[in-house]
Design a protein around this ligand. Structure first.
Ligand code: GTP
Ligand code: MG
Length: 403
């Protein structure tokens, strides 16, 4: 869905690890070479010092400087200086002859060690992404998100979370693309709240489980209610529909037609009557008839119409729904954020269904409304037939985005 995302990440990771990575390797190489030079110099000095120094200085140190506990048991008898002067001379000569050779091999060993660590830093391919580097490339990523209906504040949040996850961390060059992808996936999975199992909730509740559907005009409320009813029917869950859209012409007939097709009762009043009372009667009917699920349709209303939102709040108060579901269109884009926020603030929503996912090539609306409300997306409408209602699968959705 996010079109260029996959290619962009590949390109991004490639550029960082190849072009800029080489620069850093050269820097690392130069720094390491310089450091090696310094170390060589200091080890030469240390070598000279050692050449000039006596390995043992018994004359200077004197008997008093030797701790008794340091002396081998067999030597713990009083021995005069004169007695060990001769063998000591021989010993010192041997040591002096041996030391330059020993120093040479120690030097070589150190040099080898240094070389090895330089090669490790050049060829191990570790890479640390700097903040500047991140910002160079994250602008592209932000553009992709915005172009794909992700609201600005959500895109910014995703970018800043990604920055925390990857900037300054040591990453293997070959893993760079994978690490960025994995981090993005984790962030998006967090943005999308895990859906609750509404069918199980219905099944487990003893009294009628009431769901109130709301949203702007033409979002797909009535069609989605019909799809939902079909799903419950197939699970043998008894249900009833409430035609609480008493405003739009033909809205009651539209719902009744679905009821007929599905073999589900529809409770309705006259056009222009109080929608809250339709809702009330539907819940009452369900209680009397041992019905487990009540789905209440409402009139579409603009999120900017304060009085209509107040009316919705009244329907909620009267019907006391177990869940209020906001119906949004996948294709709406940035405006969906204002819509869902207004409905949530006015009446409080519990979950979201996004219709028309079948004609949405972008996918960002789900991220936006999910992030803004912190409420789960429960289903996606994927067509105009009853079967076209899919439980929202976060992992599948993120994969479809191109991750
Ligand atoms: N392609 C597609 N079309 C859909 C989907 N859901 C609904 N529609 C269509 O969207 C149009 C509006 O659907 P309705 O269910 O009447 O929308 P509504 O929210 O009840 O509209 P109002 O009652 O006027 O507020 C209809 O033509 C539906 O067939 C979907 O998932 N995919
Ligand atoms: Mg409708």
């Amino acid at each position: 869905m996010f079109g260029k995302l996959r290619e962009k990440l590949k390109e991004w990771a490639g550029k960082i690890s190849a072009q800029k990575g080489d620069e850093v390797s050269k820097e690392a190489q130069n720094a390491a070479t310089e450091e090696l030079g310094k170390k060589k110099e200091s080890s030469k000095k240390a070598g000279k010092k050692r050449e000039g120094a006596k390995v043992m200085e018994p004359e200077k140190s004197g008997k008093d400087d030797v701790k008794y506990s340091d002396i081998d048991e067999s030597l713990k008898t009083e021995v005069s200086k004169e007695a060990y002067a001769e063998p000591e001379k021989e010993f010192n000569a041997g040591i002096e002859a041996f030391v330059p050779d020993a120093q040479k091999s120690v030097g070589k060993l150190e040099e080898k060690k240094e070389k090895k660590s330089i090669f490790r830093s050049i060829f191990s391919g570790k890479r640390v992404i700097s903040s500047d580097e991140f910002h160079d490339y994250s602008e592209d990523l932000e553009m992709i998100l915005l172009e794909n209906n992700v609201a600005l504040e959500v895109a910014e949040k995703v970018i800043s979370e990604l920055e925390i996850k990857i900037v300054g961390k040591e990453i293997e060059k070959k893993d760079l693309e994978g690490v960025i992808k994995k981090s993005l996936k984790e962030i998006l999975a967090e943005v999308l709240v895990k859906p609750f199992d509404i069918v199980r909730e219905i099944e487990e509740k003893k009294s009628p489980y009431v769901i109130l559907f709301c949203g702007i005009n033409g979002a797909g409320k009535t069609t989605t209610i019909a799809k939902f009813a079909d799903m419950l029917k197939k699970k043998n869950i008894p249900l009833v529909l409430g035609a609480a859209d008493t405003f739009r012409a033909a809205s009651i007939e539209q719902l009744e037609k679905h009821g007929e097709k599905l073999g589900v009762a529809v409770i309705s009043h006259e056009y222009g009557s109080d929608p809250a009372s339709v809702g009330f009667d539907t819940v009452k009917y369900a209680g009397k008839n041992g019905i487990k699920a009540v789905l209440i349709d409402t009139a579409g209303r603009m999120h900017t119409a304060k009085n209509l939102l107040r009316e919705m709040e009244k329907i909620k108060r009267v019907t006391k729904p177990d869940r209020v579901i906001f119906l949004g269109e996948s294709i709406t884009g940035n405006d969906s954020v204002d819509q869902v926020r207004a409905f949530d603030e006015a009446i409080g929503i519990d979950g979201i269904i996004l219709s028309k996912a079948d004609i949405d090539e972008k996918g960002g609306t789900a991220l936006s409304v999910g992030y803004i409300t912190k409420k789960p997306i429960l289903f996606l409408g994927t067509g105009q037939e009853y079967k076209d209602l899919e439980p929202f699968d976060r992992e599948k959705f993120i994969e479809k985005l191109g991750l």
